[in-house]
Design a protein around this ligand. Structure first.
Ligand SMILES: NC(=O)c1ccc[n+]([C@@H]2O[C@H](COP(=O)([O-])OP(=O)(O)OC[C@H]3O[C@@H](n4cnc5c(N)ncnc54)[C@H](OP(=O)(O)O)[C@@H]3O)[C@@H](O)[C@H]2O)c1
Length: 269
């Protein structure tokens, strides 16, 4: 009884703390995006909003998410929710809140990427705090998110869960050299978590896929290292528009697959 009361109070607080539900259209599909205040996540918001989808855009610090706030002011069907993905109570509360609305496409995008200057450190230079945090943000939190939203997605029309991963988490595709220990290890863990979860999703009718966004120009550090050109870097709008096309075309055969942003081609683990 006490727990139920606390839960109800939590939901009331949650409702008061955001503009959630304000402009959501029950006749439009709904996408839920983590890490929506900048980079790839923000571009997902921009492109889904332009299609008139309902967008539940989450950010750790909505008060500082100026570009996201501008989009929410422009599109009434964009709502902003506070979410640090390592806060599992908050994930549960949001899943409960949107259970009736349902979520057609759940995009786990939030991620911890190493700073460019630390990317090539050898094992003696591994930062253990960042390594632990990377496992939490890049691998464990997406699994929690998928678990919490499973029924909310299963109740929707499209029933898609999309995990933004990286070729850095692929044994086959990552460069054959020591680099980015925390990032590569955590994305490989994410891939295996989802490979495993994909054995559970078909009985709920859910399509669960991992997507590589390509090498995307979102990092401040890239700009600081102007002399260093990372090969094949693309802009955020190109990555996201191509990922949207892949997400649109997902079929049950794509459940449990690791796909490329560009053409939906299956990538090796
Ligand atoms: N850019 C690339 O080339 C590339 C390549 C392969 C894969 N990816 C993947 O694509 C995704 C997005 O990348 P990006 O380049 O857009 O990254 P980004 O510009 O560094 O943005 C990362 C986003 O994740 C959020 N985030 C970090 N920790 C969080 C937490 N604990 N709770 C909630 N949000 C958190 C950040 O929020 P704050 O602003 O609050 O920090 C930010 O919104 C990541 O999963 C990344 O690994 C990117």
């Amino acid at each position: 009884m006490r727990i139920n009361l606390l839960r109800v109070l939590g939901l009331i607080m949650l409702a008061l703390s955001s503009n959630a539900g304000a402009g959501l259209d029950p006749d439009q599909p709904t996408v839920f995006i983590t890490g929506a205040n900048r980079g790839i996540g923000l571009e997902f918001v921009r492109q889904y909003a332009a299609r008139d989808w309902n967008v539940i855009a989450t950010a750790r610090k909505p008060g500082r998410a100026d570009e996201l706030q501008t989009l929410a002011a422009e599109y009434k069907h964009v709502v902003i929710e506070q979410l640090d993905v390592t806060d599992f109570d908050r994930i549960d509360a949001l899943a409960a809140k949107y259970a009736e609305q349902t979520v057609d496409v759940l995009i786990s995008n939030a991620g911890l990427t190493p700073k460019y200057r630390s990317a090539f450190k050898r094992v003696d230079g591994v930062d253990w705090d960042i390594t632990r945090k990377s496992m939490e943000v890049n691998a464990i939190a997406p699994l929690k998110l998928a678990q919490a939203f499973m029924d909310t997605v299963a109740a929707s029309d499209q029933k898609k869960i999309v995990m933004i991963t990286s070729k850095g988490g692929s044994f086959e595709l990552s460069p054959k050299m020591p680099m980015m220990y925390s990032y590569r290890g955590s994305k490989a863990a994410l891939n295996m978590f989802m490979y495993t979860l994909a054995f559970e999703t078909p009985k709920k009718g859910i399509i669960l896929t991992l997507l590589s966004p390509g090498q995307v120009n979102t990092m401040d550090d890239m700009e600081q290292f102007k002399g260093i050109k990372i090969p094949n870097t693309i802009e955020t709008d190109e990555s996201v528009s191509k990922m949207l096309a892949v997400i649109d075309g997902l079929t049950p055969e794509d459940n449990g697959k690791f796909l490329n942003y560009e053409d939906g081609a299956v990538l090796p683990w």
